[in-house]
Write a protein that binds this ligand. Structure first.
Ligand code: EPU
Length: 339
């Protein structure tokens, strides 16, 4: 099963297994750890090399810098850790979510009931087999793009500036107007709900615009094979610089955010339609619709998840009223929400 990754440099990581529990009454519901014995918790601590944290604020793990506590957060350092941690959550009957960089999610103020498995930077290994790049899901996309360029392999330039990890990118089919990660994936190595390792090819992954079959499958992504194309290194670097500058010119990259809030509908880019609807500068609490790009909500400092959620709802209504378009969220809502 692991034959396409060298044993000495194997890696893992991912994103999926969304935990969205309806909130009963206001505020946070009871920690699911109340159901877990101290002995079991100690067993988890002994079986993984990474730290195990209780009531860990998710604001420290998201690019929005927003989010209430996760009942339990487990750092995993390698595939063995990942299997132990995921197996432990399954045996306890606790939901869990794997997170990479937390750059495409809004975690509720009440936080996450159950667990978060967080990949440590050790999951970032990369190897080359001819024109194929094999990438662990914990690798930061920015670093992967640079490594491909240094190896004279083209294809990943279209993802320049995307802040997440390879795992998150693989699950959401992250990309730009010039291409998406799914265009390059030939195979992905996954862990299923029973802890079994499986390989899915491009057809099974079912990539479409900002979509893959991974979230619904509840598989954990461990690594992927990317089919790249040889090209002169200078040419790749020039393209990367051009796309990077374009992005920096259009997006509020100096502020905390989770990137584009809505997917682009077929009819019109979400940013364009929200801009034409005069959404820029709308604010609730510490959350504001960026004045630079109308499909970004930024945290000006002190924004809560409910501020951002309120603004999302307002933008959604606005698009319905002005253009009759039912915008679909691009960012993921995670944790306990009132509705
Ligand atoms: N526009 C406006 N006003 C705005 C924002 C955009 O008129 O406030 C117009 C632009 O002038 C352009 C069109 O809307 O004509 C599209 O805007 P842009 O080129 O900025 O691209 P986008 O469609 O808004 C997409 C991805 C981005 C990615 C850029 C790279 C989606 C939802 N967004 O944005 O991805 O960085 O292309 O060009 O597909 C993300 O995934 O988080 C993300 C931000």
């Amino acid at each position: 099963m692991y034959t396409w990754w060298p044993e000495t440099s194997w890696q893992s990581s991912a994103a999926s297994n969304a935990v969205t529990v309806p909130l009963i009454g206001g505020g946070r519901t009871r920690s699911l750890l109340a159901e877990v014995s101290g002995v079991e918790l100690e067993r988890l601590r002994q079986s993984v090399r990474g730290h195990v944290l209780i009531d860990e604020p998710m604001s420290s793990h998201t690019s929005f810098r927003i989010g209430g506590p996760a009942d339990l957060l487990v750092y995993v350092q390698d595939e063995e850790d990942l299997q132990h941690a995921a197996g432990w959550f399954r045996r306890q009957g606790l939901p869990f979510k794997v997170v990479g960089n937390g750059s495409n999610m809004l975690v509720s103020d009440a936080g996450i009931r159950g667990g978060v498995i967080k990949l440590t930077p050790r999951f970032n290994q990369v190897s080359f087999e001819g024109d194929t790049m094999v990438v662990g899901a914990g690798a930061k996309l920015a670093r992967v793009v640079q490594q491909a360029a240094e190896a004279g392999l083209s294809g990943l330039e279209s993802t320049v500036g995307i802040p997440g990890t390879m795992g998150g990118a693989l699950v959401t089919n992250a990309g730009t107007d010039t291409g998406s990660i799914g265009d390059l994936v030939s195979e992905a190595l996954l862990m299923d709900e029973r802890g079994q390792i499986r390989t899915w090819n491009a057809q099974e992954l079912g990539y479409r615009y900002r979509y893959s079959k991974l979230p619904a499958s509840r598989m954990i992504v461990m690594r992927a094979r990317l089919a790249l194309t040889p090209a002169p290194k200078e040419e790749i670097q020039v393209k990367m610089s051009r796309l990077g500058e374009k992005r920096a010119g259009r997006q509020p990259l100096r502020f905390w955010s989770a990137g584009c809030v809505f997917k682009n509908p077929l009819e019109l880019a979400a940013g364009k339609l929200l801009d034409r609807s005069e959404a820029k500068g709308m604010a609730i609490g510490g959350a504001e619709v960026s004045r630079k790009h109308a499909n970004f909500i930024i945290n000006r400092g002190g924004a809560t998840a409910s501020d951002v959620r309120g603004l999302i709802d307002r933008l959604h209504h606005l698009a319905l009223l002005t253009y009759g378009l039912d915008l679909e969220l691009e960012i993921e809502l995670v944790g306990e929400w009132n509705s």
